[in-house]
Design a protein around this ligand. Structure first.
Ligand SMILES: [Zn+2]
Length: 228
């Protein structure tokens, strides 16, 4: 069954070989992913094979929360757009949203929600709707117009991330003489936050010795500092 298009579901991605999705469908996909991640988290706690799943659990917990936040913001933004909610022409700080400087002229879901909030109490001439705003944009800045550039960037970022994760796993695969972390567990600071890896373990990693530059940048960040 074809989904009903919202007033701003106007960009046809089929020319790029990608099946077009309405914003509501994209949000629904996000909610399904968040549910799947929550199932994964639940499954980890029920694992019958004794393994140290604490680091995995923390990662999946973080991913689950991130997916839930993202899907919620997307579906709220899609609802605002589809019901023609008024958006302020300016952010609360007086800045223009519809400019390249703010990542625009197309806006992020959180920016849309923020403008909808700011629009409360404004005169109609101080507001617009999202579909009206983007219909004035010529040419329409398609998200994937730079698809190839984006793919190349993502590829090199993914490779960098992969090496970072491999290095981190290798450093953490031995116990830490500094904080006493067991093999496979992250280092812990005196505050209780995850940190490191401490120098004591960095020096024991043969992989790090082979990639000194990348190894220098390897950090374990406590997931609570990644939350926004
Ligand atoms: Zn340590």
């Amino acid at each position: 069954m074809a989904a009903e298009h919202g007033p701003a579901d106007i960009y046809d991605t089929s020319g790029d070989g990608i099946e077009p999705k309405t914003a509501a469908e994209v949000a629904a996909a996000g909610h399904r992913a968040a549910e799947a991640a929550a199932d994964f988290l639940q499954a980890l706690t029920g694992c019958m094979t004794p393994m140290n799943l604490r680091p995995v659990y923390r990662d999946v917990e973080y991913a689950t929360q991130m997916l839930e936040r993202t899907a919620r913001a997307l579906s709220e933004a899609a609802q605002s757009i589809n019901s023609g909610v008024p958006l302020a022409l300016k952010f609360g700080d007086g800045e223009e949203p519809w400019t390249e400087a703010r990542g625009g002229p197309v806006l992020s879901p959180l920016q849309i929600l923020s403008l909808a909030k700011t629009a409360g109490g404004l005169a109609p001439e101080e507001t617009t709707t999202y579909s009206a705003a983007i219909q004035e944009l010529k040419p329409l800045p398609a998200l994937i117009a730079d698809k190839q550039k984006m793919e190349a960037r993502e590829q090199s970022r993914a490779e960098g991330q992969e090496l970072h994760d491999e290095l981190l796993a290798d450093m953490e695969s031995r116990s830490c003489a500094s904080c006493g972390a067991a093999p496979g567990d992250p280092c812990t600071a005196a505050s209780g936050n995850l940190t490191g890896p401490h120098a004591a373990r960095r020096h024991t990693s043969p992989l790090a010795a082979g990639h000194p530059e990348a190894a220098a940048g390897v950090r374990r960040v406590d997931p609570k500092f990644l939350h926004r």
